[in-house]
Design a protein around this ligand. Structure first.
Ligand code: GLN
Length: 450
């Protein structure tokens, strides 16, 4: 994999940092344990992995795709990082991302865009475009992403790979640099559903260091995924969300999605149409809640505690302002301004308060739909992977990428994207959604479909 990275990453730019020395040392340790007759911690021991550059790593820089953290070396490992290491998984390096996970194309990285391995002139999606591209370019067989509004599932769809957003609280956020804390969730990325399940098992589970971590057993996703192609879906009800997949979805996406629905039927699933009438307000609510949390979370980058510090300024306040001006990119600044506005006194009820009510209604839509079906499906994205440069100056066009994925984050439920075939030579993703802690049935459908 290190050779493959050296050969193709100059063109793909999936990685921000590769630590060859540490990777070989970590793989060597697993070999030693096996030679000494020990059983390695997990079936994935020794398997290389690409880690999104939003998780703290004590032995590698963590930049979150931002200039403001350039050169910062965290003093500790995130829980996800620590669990990967304990399982003997070899961390190859850190992957490119939109700055602080805000974006849908990886073009908002301060370190330049990642290219889609299927067509180097197109985006791999975002914010976790580096992780997804590393899988599609065979630079790594496993990767970790984070999904706040779609940043695991949309890049998976754009690169023909598998990406899972677990139930909120299913995977620890300790050491995951926060974008929007009530929406962020780490999850596995892989080329097959079973690989994703094996990785899910490694990273999931209760963590006392994260106050929102769920203290419940991890759903048995590996057993569900192992049944794979042998599985038939007779008796399973698949809810087709009426509000996702129609207007606003590209014909190429629609064709692959229709074929996916027919395939689910062939596998024995019963398709039922379900309605989630509040999903259409999801985007608007998300773009109030997320910037509000961002404006608060990113206040910690004050030029005193981390990374960059501007060397000009007559007072602490000026140094802070100059540092934030130089260190944050335009999308991050846009969201900090939006969030600060939405939270300001006099506007709080009209914007943030209203958005929280929509969030509740979306949760109810899911509850109603899951009373009628075991899982829900939709296209993972409204469009095919688009050319680099096409949407980078048009925030609204960029935001629309997450139309189908955002409701799941708002509700805290689970979702995944699995490859649903090609359209115009480009990959399309099928989104499968499950209730909170309903990952097993989601993996079962994903693996049977694969
Ligand atoms: N693209 C969405 C956004 O820009 C989602 C980001 C994410 O999931 N981290 O907010």
């Amino acid at each position: 994999h290190l050779d493959r990275i050296a050969a193709v990453d100059p063109r793909i730019h999936a990685f921000l940092h590769v630590d060859e020395h540490a990777a070989l040392a970590s793989a060597g340790l697993v070999d030693e344990r096996i030679a000494a007759g020990e059983t390695p911690g997990s079936p994935l021991a020794g398997v290389p992995l690409a880690l999104k550059d939003v998780f703290t790593t004590a032995d590698m820089p963590t930049t979150c795709g931002s200039k403001i953290l350039e050169g910062w070396r965290p003093p500790y490992d995130a829980t996800v990082t620590a669990r990967l290491r304990a399982a003997g998984i070899t961390i190859l390096g850190k992957t490119n991302m939109d700055e602080f996970a805000m974006g849908s194309s990886t073009e908002h990285s301060a370190y330049g865009p990642t290219h889609n391995p299927w067509d180097l002139d197109r985006v791999p999606g975002g914010s976790g475009g580096g992780s997804a591209a590393s899988l599609a370019a065979f630079e790594a067989p496993l990767a970790i992403g984070t999904d706040t509004g779609g940043s695991i599932r949309q890049p998976a769809a754009f690169t023909g790979t598998v990406g899972v957003k677990p139930t909120y609280g299913g995977v620890s956020r300790y050491g995951l640099v926060a974008c929007a804390s009530s929406l962020d969730q780490a999850g596995p990325c892989a080329r097959t559903v079973l690989d994703a399940a094996l990785l899910h098992e490694v990273i999931a589970g209760h963590d006392p260091m994260d106050s929102t971590s769920i203290d419940e057993p991890v759903p048995d996703v590996v057993a569900a995924a192992r049944r794979g192609a042998a599985e038939d879906l007779t008796g399973l009800k698949v809810g087709v969300v009426r509000e996702l997949g129609g207007e606003g979805y590209a014909p190429g996406v629609r064709t692959a999605y229709d074929a996916a629905l027919r395939r689910l039927e062939k596998l024995g699933a019963e398709l039922v149409e379900v309605s989630c009438p509040h999903f259409e307000y999801g985007m608007a609510a998300y773009y109030l809640i997320l910037p509000s949390e961002v404006s608060s979370n990113l206040a910690r980058f004050d030029a005193m505690r981390y990374g960059l510090r501007a060397d000009s300024g007559a007072s602490a306040e000026e140094v802070m302002a100059n540092t934030r001006e130089a260190g944050f990119g335009p999308e991050v600044k846009r969201r900090i301004i939006l969030g600060t506005y939405a939270l300001s006194s006099g506007y709080y009820d009209a914007y943030y308060g209203q958005a929280q009510k929509v969030r509740t209604l979306i949760g109810r839509d899911f509850a109603n739909a899951f009373a009628q079906a075991d899982v829900l499906v939709s296209p993972a994205t409204p469009t095919l992977p688009f050319p680099i440069g096409d949407k980078v100056d048009d925030p609204l066009a960029m935001y629309l990428n997450d139309l189908a994925t955002i409701p799941t984050n708002l509700a805290g439920t689970a979702g995944m994207s699995v490859p649903a075939g090609l359209s115009e030579g480009l990959p399309v993703g099928l989104q499968i959604m499950a209730p909170a802690l309903g990952e097993a049935v989601m993996y079962r459908v994903g693996a049977a479909f694969e």
